[in-house]
Ligand binder design. Sequence first.
Ligand code: Y6M
Length: 117
Amino acid sequence: LVSCTKRTKTPKSELAVCRYVLLLAELEAHQDAWPFLRPVKLKSVPGYKKIIKKPMDFFTIKEKLINNMYLNQENFVIDVNLVFDNCQKFNEDDSEIGRAGHRMKRFFDKRWTELLH
Ligand SMILES: Oc1ccc2c(c1)N[C@H](O)CC2
């Protein structure tokens, strides 16, 4: 993984990786992150495997980031939004996890925009 603290001039893509690492750390530290930290246990949640075609979670995103699997920033945002879209699909808006998902999405959208400028 690139060194995010080095004060040398780094290529654009390495700066992008630093932005993702920072943003992912903020998502994981958020008080409403608990439903999204690890993969959903497909064997213990009836219906999830059938309903949610592409499960995603913050830990899986971090692994992909560390293994340099995000070739462009779009794929990183696509996976983060997949976490929230899956949440909206499986949970009622008016539920504990549904509300946590909406709050996390609002937080991500705000920070993503702030980090771009
Ligand atoms: O009642 C439940 C029980 C388990 C889960 C949810 C709700 N929603 C999560 O999105 C997936 C896991």
